[in-house]
Design a protein around this ligand. Structure first.
Ligand code: UD1
Length: 361
């Protein structure tokens, strides 16, 4: 069996790493499966891509399609054209896509049109927010792919409700957590740790990259003002996404207590998170990691496709309600944060479950 694994953007690299590990795990007896790793090039900066390959020991991709940048349509179209050529030259029996980025959707469409089966890892999650490009990517991917690997039973339900046959859905857990648990013992202290006088829990980690939060200068400015106003002078470490950086550069203000740093590598970012007082973010994946690490997390979105991080994890959704942000930070400062639990199958063995299923396909 020939498998093509697709990865394009930063969170994808974290999700494919354990799948490749499992494919190379002799105890799983997968000698009949060979794989080809395709990097679409959606993320291309060293700090957004290469550093993840190095730290997570992901093998060099067999090919990089170099499709970074451009508008949503340009990027998607570019990936489709290049991936079609790639798949025609290197046909396979199964394409594995992960997550919800443009590369996920683009490669799924191409594979299906060439008659190749597709497995989607992290299928079935929904924010029901059609303003998110990711939600469109999820819906399109799940409406045409063949095998659905899910992180939660609520994802299974979404798929069943949308007409997917139950025998194509496999509740396996979360590959992002496989990676987290595998590398937890080797997180790396960032080089600015001493320079900024960081100690355990004396700082907050902030990440922002959603177009709805960062693309408009005035929105980003208000958001930063409100976060700083509500955080009682605690240091805020802000590893900045290139998309956000472009807009922040236009804001000339010097924010007190805000420490803007480069995008961090996987091991340094998670060192920061696991030692932080809390994380404030608009990411989805980070809410899963904080849930497993037991770190309080505040999500600056009005919805989430990962309800288990709220229902049983450490996450609280505050959206753009700044009063709620202040109240929620007060809960944190008063030491009253809820104690979360870890969702089922977020146990480090998800990729092995996936490979066992794929072996029998
Ligand atoms: C993408 C995903 C998002 C994911 C995020 C993680 C989609 C629709 N969005 O968003 O789901 O959470 O990745 O980071 O697929 N850029 C660089 N260098 C890079 C990468 C991007 O400068 O290495 C620039 C691009 O040129 C572009 C902007 O950042 O101007 C946004 O990149 P893009 O890949 O379109 O989307 P993200 O915002 O990164």
């Amino acid at each position: 069996m020939k498998v093509t694994i697709v990865a394009g953007a930063r969170p994808n690299f974290i999700k494919i790493s354990p799948i490749i590990d499992a494919l190379e795990d002799i105890s799983l007896n997968v000698t009949g499966i060979t794989y080809r790793l395709v990097h679409t090039g959606q993320h291309y900066d060293k700090k957004m891509s290469k550093s993840f390959f190095i730290e997570l020991e992901i093998p060099e991709p067999h090919i990089n399609l170099n499709c970074g940048g451009g508008s949503q349509a340009e990027q998607t179209a570019n990936i489709m054209v290049k991936f079609e050529k790639e798949l025609l030259e290197n046909p396979c029996d199964l394409v594995i896509v992960v997550g919800d980025v443009n590369s996920t959707m683009a490669c799924t469409i191409v594979a299906k049109k060439l008659g190749t089966k597709v497995a989607h890892v992290e299928a079935g999650i929904r924010s029901n927010d059609m303003n998110m490009p990711e939600e469109i990517n999820r819906i399109v991917t799940d409406s045409i792919c063949d095998y659905f690997f899910t992180t939660s039973l609520s994802a299974n339900k979404q798929l069943i409700d949308s007409g997917v046959s139950a025998d194509k859905i496999f509740f396996v857990g979360n590959t992002m957590i496989d990676t987290l648990l595998k590398h937890k013992h080797r997180f790396i202290m960032p080089d600015f740790w001493n320079k900024y006088n960081l100690t355990k829990e004396n700082f907050i980690v902030l990440t922002l990259h959603r177009p709805s939060n960062v693309d408009e200068m005035s929105k980003l400015e208000t958001l930063l003002n409100e976060i700083i106003k509500s955080s009682r002078g605690v240091k805020i470490i802000f590893p900045i996404h290139p998309r956000t950086h472009k807009v922040l550069n236009k804001i000339s203000k010097n924010y007190k207590n805000l420490y803007v740093v480069d995008p961090q590598s996987y091991l340094t970012f998670n060192y920061l998170v696991s030692n932080s007082k809390c994380v404030i973010t608009d990411s989805g994946g980070i809410t899963e990691e904080t849930t497993v690490l037991g770190i309080p997390c505040i999500t600056l979105r009005d919805n989430t496709e990962r309800p288990e991080t709220i229902d049983i994890g450490t996450n609280i959704l505050v959206g753009s309600n700044y009063k709620l942000l202040k109240d929620t930070l007060n809960i944190l400062f008063n030491g009253k944060w809820k104690k979360g639990e870890i969702p089922k199958f977020w146990d480090g063995n998800t990729a092995k479950r996936i490979i066992r299923v794929i072996k029998n396909i």
